[in-house]
Each structure stands twice: as structure tokens, then as C-alpha cells.
Design a protein around this ligand. Structure first.
Ligand code: SF4
Length: 252
């Protein structure tokens, strides 16, 4: 099946059919269907590493520059561990990495906001400037985005479909939607794929380094309990881009 951006297709029926496919099969379908209009985004956590490995396997005969572009938002607030791990993974798996940056540099940011601790006063605005806007800008080039969200992470993620159409007509593809965290862990172990070093220090999910944004949690805590703890904010807004509810509505 060739991708024709003008053609109408029943994405809900297609999504239901994709529920029966394995994640590598869904990735293969997305590569064939969307062609060069497909990208992936990741921050190199468990699900992202699972997808990255599957994507690398699907494209191992291609030169790096012909592989699906992998978007990474460099917020300027990542843990050093994340940046070092990203570099190692890019080298190891031949990732066609596209690094996205906020539209204003840190110096201008500090001049405008008085300091760089906007994450303490208004994390939604901080995420909007440093994560969501760079991603929105980059996604204009693509029709579809592979993302490693899983339903079992809970919250807004519990209702995701494998294939979703955004309000702007573009598509989200969630090959791991019906996988569990344990399945992703088992896959990584079985394929000898490295995991982000902070996972082993109690961080179930990993965002930016300020403690108000990312904290380690107990073994039995909900997966996203360590993000913006105590504020009511659960998502940065990246995965709400183009959805019916705008990112700014995911408020504290
Ligand atoms: S996670 Fe925290 S530091 Fe990173 S962009 Fe969002 S509010 Fe800012």
C-alpha cells in the first residue's frame, strides 16, 4: 500500500487491524506506508530504546542518512547521563538523529524571564518553550511520527490507539500501545540493548534534571509518579501536539 497524503483512509479501521500486528510489523508497515514522511521522536528511555532497536533492525541495510529521522529535543535541561547515553546509542545503532533546540538560546531566555528556573514557577510555559515548540516546528516536515507510548503507563496514555490522526491531519503511530513495561524490559534484555543508566537508579521515566521535573520513585509507584510530583501536571505536552485538547490545557 503506497502512501498518498491526499487519499482518505479509515485510520480507525486500520488501527484496529494493526492491533493484531507485532511492533516490528507495525514499524515495517509505517515505513512502507509513510515513506520519507515518517519520523520518530524519543528521549532514549525504555520504550524509546525498544522502538529504536526495532527501527534499526528494519533498516540495517540502509545508509544512516536514508533511515527514518529520529527527533530529539535538546531542552538544555537534560541530565548529563541522558546526553552521554544518547551519543552512545546513536553511534551503536546508526541513528539518523535530528537534534531540536528551543527557538531562544539560554542567554535570551534568562534575560527575558530573569533566570532559568521557569520550571519552578511555570512548568507548562517552560515545557512549551523548550520542548513543545521545537517539536511543533520540526513536525511540519513530516506526515507521521513513531512514538513509544504504551497504554499501561496510565493517565492520558491509557486511551491511545496504534494509529491516530491529529487535528492537522498528520498521524501518530504507537507500535508499543498494547505492550507492557515488562514486555519492553524483556525485549531489551533479550536483544542485549542498553538502557538509560538512570533507570537503574530508581527513575522510572526521565525528563529534565530539575528535581521538580524528574524524581526517582519506588519500585511499585505508578510509572509517571516521578514527573512534576505534587503539581498535578503529568505530561510535558509533546504528545498532545495536534490533539483535540491543546498542550497548554495539561495544566498544573
Ligand atoms: S521538563 Fe522541566 S525543565 Fe524540562 S522543559 Fe519541562 S518544565 Fe522545563
Amino acid at each position: 500500500m503506497r502512501h498518498d497524503p491526499q487519499a482518505y483512509f479509515d485510520h480507525q479501521a486500520l488501527s484496529r487491524n494493526l492491533e493484531e500486528q507485532s511492533p516490528p510489523e507495525i514499524i515495517r508497515w509505517a515505513i512502507d506506508f509513510f515513506g520519507p514522511q515518517l519520523c520518530m521522536s524519543t528521549s532514549f528511555q525504555l520504550g524509546g530504546m525498544t522502538l529504536l532497536h526495532m527501527l534499526a533492525e528494519a533498516q540495517k541495510d540502509l545508509p544512516v542518512e536514508s533511515r527514518v529521522p529520529v527527533l530529539f529535543v535538546d531542552t538544555g535541561f537534560h541530565f548529563p547521563d541522558t546526553l552521554a547515553f544518547k551519543d552512545e546509542v546513536v553511534r551503536r545503532y546508526g541513528i539518523n538523529l535530528v537534534t531540536l533546540k528551543p527557538i531562544i538560546d539560554r542567554e535570551s531566555f534568562v534575560r527575558f524571564y530573569g533566570d532559568d528556573r521557569l520550571y519552578e514557577r511555570n512548568p507548562n510555559e517552560c515545557c512549551r518553550i523548550n520542548k513543545v515548540e521545537p517539536m511543533q516546528r520540526a513536525l511540519k516536515k513530516y506526515d507521521a511520527q513513531l512514538i513509544a507510548l504504551r497504554r499501561d503507563a496510565g493517565g492520558d496514555r491509557a486511551g491511545i490507539q496504534i494509529l491516530e490522526r491529529r487535528t492537522d491531519g498528520k498521524h501518530l503511530v504507537h507500535p508499543l500501545a498494547n505492550w507492557t513495561r515488562q514486555q519492553a524490559l524483556d525485549y531489551l534484555k533479550d536483544h542485549n540493548v542498553p538502557i538509560h543508566p538512570l533507570h537503574e537508579k530508581g527513575y522510572k521515566t526521565i525528563g529534565c534534571f530539575p528535581p521538580c521535573c524528574t524524581q526517582p520513585v519506588g519500585e511499585h509507584a505508578p510509572e509517571r509518579a516521578g514527573r512534576w510530583t505534587g503539581t498535578g501536571k503529568t505530561e510535558c505536552g509533546l504528545h498532545q501536539v495536534g490533539k483535540a485538547r491543546p498542550a497548554a490545557d495539561f495544566s498544573i
